[in-house]
Write a protein that binds this ligand. Structure first.
Ligand code: FE2
Length: 180
């Protein structure tokens, strides 16, 4: 596995299926190859421009994966066969949800800014495209495709619901924070 990718994503080790783990790591490797952003940029740029925050891109992405995993464990513990969660699919999808964002930046005067590509093809679309190039299975691509607002038009799997909510519960409060 690519050392840079593993350094960004120690959570890859949580994926039990070796083939799936490699496919997910490969997708991130491909995105980094095509991005103007470096792994160091991902650890320092703020995760959103829509709210004043110093929380980095990687801190937010990793938090979503941790919250999704913990939620999946609790669903399996409490609901058992009534709402089974495939943990490998859940973790893989959470790690890949925002991989397409790496293609949404351009370099202007030595600074990374949001470019026009992402306006035409938001990251749920570009993320699926990258993942399919790396043979990521459909049930994981589904999570990438539906994790954001676009997915509100789609019938989500249980794993996709979890990732969607893990993502939004760690984003919306930054935007609408009530400071007393
Ligand atoms: Fe996203």
């Amino acid at each position: 596995m690519n050392a840079k990718v593993l350094d960004l994503w120690p959570e890859l080790e949580w994926i039990q299926d070796e083939t799936l783990r490699e496919q997910i790591a490969k997708t991130w490797e491909l995105a980094l190859e095509r991005s103007v952003l470096t792994p160091q940029d991902l650890k320092t740029i703020p995760f959103t421009l829509l709210a004043p925050t110093k929380v980095s891109f990687m801190a937010h992405k990793r938090a979503v994966v941790h919250i999704a995993r913990d939620s999946g464990i609790k669903c399996n513990e409490f609901f058992k066969d009534d709402l089974p969660v495939n943990m490998d699919v859940l973790i893989a999808g959470a790690i890949l949800a925002d991989v397409g964002k790496l293609l949404e930046y351009e370099m202007v005067d030595g600074k990374s800014v949001q470019g026009s590509y992402g306006k035409y093809l938001r990251h749920p679309f570009s993320g699926v495209s990258l993942a399919e190039e790396c043979s990521v299975p459909a049930e994981v691509c589904h999570i990438i495709a539906t994790h954001a607002g676009e997915g509100d038009m789609v019938k989500r799997t249980t794993e996709a619901y979890i990732v969607h909510h893990a993502d939004f519960m760690t984003f919306e409060p930054f935007k609408a924070r009530l400071i007393i």
